[in-house]
Design a binder for this molecule. Structure first.
Ligand code: SF4
Ligand code: SF4
Length: 84
């Protein structure tokens, strides 16, 4: 279930484009790749951060749909923010 601040941020869109986006906190992410599998926009891509492979969300592709949130097994790894 999406949080109230999440819904509020989406309501604040001015141009029909969501400014709500997600990023990955690599200090929490366990690199399972589930967010990449479920993202309908193909916004998640692997990035190499030694010594492990992690993933990153491309801001220009992320629509802030939140589809990835319920699949992430690492609480806090997917961080919501509002793009400037
Ligand atoms: S919020 Fe939506 S578009 Fe952005 S990474 Fe998650 S599933 Fe993909
Ligand atoms: S679903 Fe969560 S733990 Fe898995 S790669 Fe994505 S952000 Fe990391």
């Amino acid at each position: 279930m999406r949080s109230w601040p999440y819904a509020l941020a989406r309501m604040n869109d001015e141009d029909g484009q969501s400014r709500m986006k997600l990023r990955i906190d690599t200090s929490i992410c366990n690199a399972c790749g589930l967010c990449r599998e479920v993202c309908p926009e193909g916004a998640v891509r692997p990035t190499l951060l030694e010594p492990r492979h992690f993933y990153e969300i491309q801001p220009e592709k992320c629509t802030g749909c939140g589809e990835c949130l319920p699949y992430c097994p690492a609480p806090g790894a997917l961080v919501e923010y509002v793009a400037a």
